[in-house]
Design a protein around this ligand. Structure first.
Ligand SMILES: [Ca+2]
Length: 275
């Protein structure tokens, strides 16, 4: 009898050990899962901090920002952080050309003189508030940038940003001409390019840095001079809606007088610094 009881007791003890073993295993499994969840949550919160768009009011407000995308409060411009390169320190740049709507806000909130007769032509070629402002001289662009608390890009900054992280490529998207209509508004139409004149900003694919219309739509004023004497010609970059594809070459430069205004000239702004 004792032998049977012992055997029974051993079975009970064995099953209890099994229960304890199973419980321990489940507990360890849960702890492992919980740790993974914590890691994922932590990673996501860091990612979310980098991805969320922080609203910035001034250069002072940029200090300590860790996000790579910001919204510039004065005019609502979306900006992204561009890493430093051989010829540039890190900076922030508008993801789109300055719009008609943003420029109107500037005129309302500043005492900048702008010929009202220009508006008829502006609306003819750049029809909506989301379309790029045009018929702006270098001085208009400069005044806007100052009002907004930003500045015009230096030539090296503009080109570095336009290349979108690519090296030695012809266009902001690479070398493939057949992709041009996905990325740029230029002469003629086809594919995504359905506009005869200016397209609303951001209508085309962005380059590797998230920047739209670095090729085409409107030429963009640079802060720099074109001529070595630094007296006669300013600089435009990027080509525009009346140009053929050759003008979209990311190294292409145009040298107008600073007072030049046209249906295909606009700008975007930058600020120095990095997250
Ligand atoms: Ca452009």
């Amino acid at each position: 009898m004792g032998g049977v009881q012992d055997e029974h007791g051993e079975k009970v003890r064995e099953s209890q050990r099994q229960v304890r073993y199973d419980y321990k295993n489940r507990l360890e499994g849960m702890m492992r899962k919980f740790s993974w969840m914590l890691l994922v949550l932590l990673a996501f919160s860091v990612y979310a901090e980098d991805e969320k768009e922080v609203v910035i009011e001034s250069l002072e407000g940029l200090k300590g920002v860790t996000a790579k995308k910001i919204i510039w409060k004065k005019d609502g411009a979306k900006m992204v952080s561009i890493p430093g390169g051989n010829k540039t320190k890190p900076f922030w740049i508008d993801t789109t050309e300055v719009t008609v709507g943003q420029f109107k806000k500037f005129l309302l909130e500043s005492d900048h003189q702008f010929d009202t007769k220009l508006w008829r032509n502006i609306y003819r070629f750049s029809a909506t508030d989301k379309s790029p402002i045009i018929y702006v001289s270098w001085d208009d662009a400069k005044a806007y940038a100052k009002w907004a608390g930003r500045r015009l890009p230096r030539e090296e900054e503009w080109e570095w940003a336009a290349r979108g992280g690519l090296k030695d490529k012809i266009y902001p998207w690479g070398d493939n001409r057949s992709q041009a209509r996905d990325y740029a508004n230029y002469d003629g139409a086809g594919g995504k390019d359905k506009w005869k004149y200016c397209a609303p900003v951001g209508s085309f694919e962005a380059n590797g840095y998230g920047l739209h219309d670095m090729a085409g739509n409107v030429w963009e004023w640079s802060q720099d001079w074109y001529d070595d004497n630094r007296t006669r010609y300013r600089l435009l970059r990027g080509g525009c809606w009346i140009n053929d594809i050759k003008a979209l070459n990311v190294a292409n430069r145009c040298s107008p007088a600073p007072y030049f205004r046209q249906s295909y000239i606009g700008f975007r702004c930058v600020v120095s610094g990095s997250p």
